[in-house]
Design a protein around this ligand. Structure first.
Ligand code: ADP
Ligand code: ASP
Ligand code: MG
Length: 356
């Protein structure tokens, strides 16, 4: 008997028929004698709909209230899946993030998991129930609802697997594994049977959304056996995310190509070129909870330099506001940017030891 955590993404629970199919798959695993914890996303499109709804009310929604709204999508799917499981003759119990007590920090809309209480889940599992947990959400020390960032149900799945010391975490999605690049954009992309944590981490951080980056970080840190599989096809092995040392075969030089179409570039022009200037610019950006991606500093002319970096497009306006203040403090000449950037990246551990 194994303990398996299965995560089903938005498309996989996108309508009642698909939810019933998920129930069938879960029932099959349980019938084979396994204990199953299921994590579900909201139905596909639902989180986008909720965000749009909030933006219809306020251009800059209060983050705490935004999390109250956008966490509801997953509450619907846990209830529906439990009903479907009961219809299929399987005992099941749903849990919101707060009911499990997935404790997070208070960074609304991008909270980090601090602790998971496994007690309720273990009790239900031991009593023969399937446990169904809402992805993407948690609760902070004060009892506020938090969410984990877009695509965060992957992280819920892996974090539960780590907390429960599950034998495997299976990420069921709408493709049958991890490909050399997004198969929806490049039909010639090849499916990978295995990929190292390191490469998967790079793919995820460079824009490939098949797994949320934090889920890969978690899996690497807590040695969770992680597999990406199709929820629409039976029998496939999917892609196993492996520890590099396990592989004795020579690595291919390049394992994949990732892209991100949602970047924005910001340039602070004419800043004094002296030690500490990067901190003066990026410190306030970090304080505003904005992730910075690529950073470039030009050669200096007449003691000043240009400092460019990229952020996620949704953070662009907020970052520009912060930098207008930085401009005043540092004596920079100008702050400008471009909100329509894309980034293409080549990924592969083999590149470390191959010139050219
Ligand atoms: P889910 O709703 O199940 O979480 P996502 O839409 O978040 O699914 O992630 C699956 C999607 O990731 C695929 O439909 C595919 O278009 C995209 N994708 C991007 N890069 C890759 C890749 N290298 N391999 C497989 N899928 C990828
Ligand atoms: N429903 C959330 C989103 O759309 C979380 C997830 O699906 O992983 O981002
Ligand atoms: Mg996803």
């Amino acid at each position: 008997m194994a303990l398996i955590v299965q995560k089903y993404g938005g498309t996989s629970v996108g309508n009642p028929e698909r939810i019933k199919n998920v129930a069938k798959r879960v029932a099959k695993f349980q019938a084979e004698g396994h204990q199953v914890v299921v994590v579900v996303s909201a139905m596909s499109g639902e989180t986008n709909r909720l965000i749009a709804l909030a933006k219809d009310i306020s251009a800059t929604p209060d983050p705490r209230e935004l999390d109250v709204v956008i966490s509801t999508g997953e509450q619907v799917t846990i209830g529906l899946l439990c009903m479907a499981l009961k219809e299929a003759g399987v005992e099941a119990r749903s849990y919101t993030g707060a009911q499990v007590r997935i404790l997070t920090d208070s960074s609304f809309t991008k909270a980090r998991i601090l602790d998971i209480d496994g007690e309720n889940m273990r009790r239900d599992l031991d009593a023969g129930s399937v446990v169904v947990v809402a992805g993407f959400q948690g609760v902070d020390e004060q009892g506020n609802i938090t969410t984990l960032g877009r695509g965060g149900s992957d992280t819920t799945g892996v974090a539960l697997a780590a907390a429960l010391k599950a034998d495997e975490c299976q990420i069921y999605t709408d493709v049958d594994g991890v490909y050399t690049t997004d198969p929806r954009i490049v039909p010639e992309a090849r499916k990978l049977d295995t990929i190292t944590f390191e490469e998967m981490l790079e793919m995820a951080s460079l824009g490939s959304k098949v797994l949320q980056i934090r889920s890969v970080e978690f899996a690497g840190k807590y040695k969770v056996k992680l597999r990406v599989l199709s929820s629409f096809e039976d029998g496939g092995e999917g892609t196993l995310i492996t520890v590099e040392e396990d592989k004795n075969m020579e690595q291919p030089i390049i394992s994949g190509i990732a892209f991100n179409r949602d970047e924005a570039k910001i340039t602070v022009q004419g800043v004094p070129d002296k030690p500490g200037i990067a901190y003066q610019i990026l410190g306030p950006v970090a304080d505003a909870n904005i992730d910075v991606d690529m950073i470039i500093q030009n050669v200096s002319h007449d003691g000043t330099t240009d400092f460019s970096f990229t952020v996620n497009r949704p953070d662009y306006d907020k970052a520009i506001k912060v930098l207008e203040q930085v401009k005043a403090h540092t004596g920079a000449r100008e702050v400008n940017g471009d909100r329509t950037m894309a980034k293409v990246s080549i990924v592969g551990v083999g590149m470390r030891s191959h010139p050219g």
